[in-house]
Design a protein around this ligand. Structure first.
Ligand code: ATP
Length: 353
């Protein structure tokens, strides 16, 4: 789509941000590869938006540097950084039509009319808003306006696009459709994307890599499957996955063996005890031998059965086959799939190899 494009790797080096005495970001180091789709994921207030605003220049870092395409940009004005942005509040101009809104930046660049028309029609069709082109943006629904804002950014054919919850106002079905389309469009246009969301399903489905943020720090930056299967810290294990990972206390029981709710299980050789034993709800199966679980709640979810039980006084969830007959009060014996078990040091909360 683009002619000559610059390599658009983003490097965030030792970036910290303070608002008065409040430290919103601590020493962030992150490299986002050219053409990568990076998602910043975390709970409200963890610093995602602040980091995005520092990349685009709407916020100044207290410390550190931002580089884009091998060029230091943190002293440049936002308009000089070669970035397109889509915000949560999608600032579209209400008194302009959708066509004029999407073509706004292109007109500023003094592109010829037929090029403006070609680009506007193309992105409008991608975003399923071609039938709205003549409408005034002020008359649109929130979800429609949000799509206009995304289309306007895409029309610029930027090397880097930053998006802050760009699908948050869409209904569930449209949101699911748009996330796949948007991912496709960005891959096709070879755009480097940084995408903020607190929706882990969106993050898992769209990202090449996810940076999981917590209290102003990046706890883990890795592919979605890596973050899911090998969480680097307890926070990631309990934040990613719905329901989250189960945890049980594990006491050392001799050379690489651990006692978990009365069962002796193979684990890491580690100098400290106790550890946290962790397993995903879908990685437990009923078996002759395993953890004794008392069933508290059974939720049939169609494809699966979500069973909440108690193991050794700790709440524990298992996702079982929907054909299983389980009811409240039953005792189950659940065997963890051994290669899926993870271990955490409760003092550092970090994963133990
Ligand atoms: P959300 O998902 O709710 O948008 P977020 O992860 O994007 O959250 P930020 O908006 O980056 O979080 O905010 C991080 C922290 O910094 C919050 O505690 C917020 O209150 C604080 N903060 C953000 N902007 C300012 C500001 N201009 N002045 C003071 N504090 C701020």
């Amino acid at each position: 789509m683009k002619g000559t494009r610059k390599m658009a790797e983003i490097q965030i080096k030792n970036v910290a941000k303070k608002f008065g005495a409040y430290q919103a970001l601590h020493d962030i180091n992150l490299t986002i590869a050219d053409q990568e789709f990076m998602v910043l994921l975390g709970a409200s207030g963890c610093g995602k938006t602040t980091l995005l605003r520092i990349i685009c220049g709407l916020e100044t870092a207290t410390e550190g540097e931002v580089w884009i395409g091998g060029r230091r940009v943190d002293h440049l004005a936002p308009k000089d950084r070669g970035i397109a942005m889509v915000f949560q509040n999608y600032a579209v101009f209400p008194h302009l039509t959708v066509f004029e809104n999407i073509g706004f930046g292109l007109r500023m660049q003094k592109l010829p009319d037929d090029e403006v028309r070609r680009r506007v029609e193309r992105v409008a069709s991608l975003m399923h808003i071609e039938m709205l082109l003549k409408r005034y943006s002020g008359e649109l629904s929130g979800g429609q306006r949000q799509r206009v804002a995304v289309a306007r950014a895409l029309a610029m054919e930027p090397d880097v696009i930053l998006m802050d919850e760009p699908l948050s106002n869409l209904d569930a079905l449209l949101r699911m459709e748009m996330r796949a389309e948007l991912k496709g469009v960005l891959a096709e246009s070879k755009t480097t994307a940084v995408y903020v969301t607190h929706d882990q399903v969106e993050a898992m489905s769209m990202a090449d890599r996810i940076s999981v943020m917590h209290q102003g720090e990046i706890v883990q930056a890795a592919s979605p499957i890596e973050v899911y299967r090998n969480p680097a810290a307890e926070f990631v294990a309990s934040f990613i996955g719905n329901p989250p990972m189960n945890f049980l206390r594990a006491e050392a029981a001799g050379d690489g063996k651990w006692s978990v709710a009365g069962n002796v299980i193979d684990g890491p050789r580690y100098g400290k005890s106790p550890l946290q034993f962790a397993i995903r709800p879908e990685d437990m199966q009923p078996a002759g031998d395993g953890l004794e679980a008392k069933v508290k709640i059974v939720e049939p979810l169609g494809a699966h059965l979500l069973v909440t039980c108690e193991v050794n006084g700790t709440l524990f969830r298992a996702v079982l086959d929907s054909d299983m007959e389980v009811k409240r009060g039953d005792m189950l014996t659940l065997a963890p799939q051994t290669d899926r078990v993870r271990w955490f040091d409760p003092e550092t909360t970090l994963a133990v190899a």
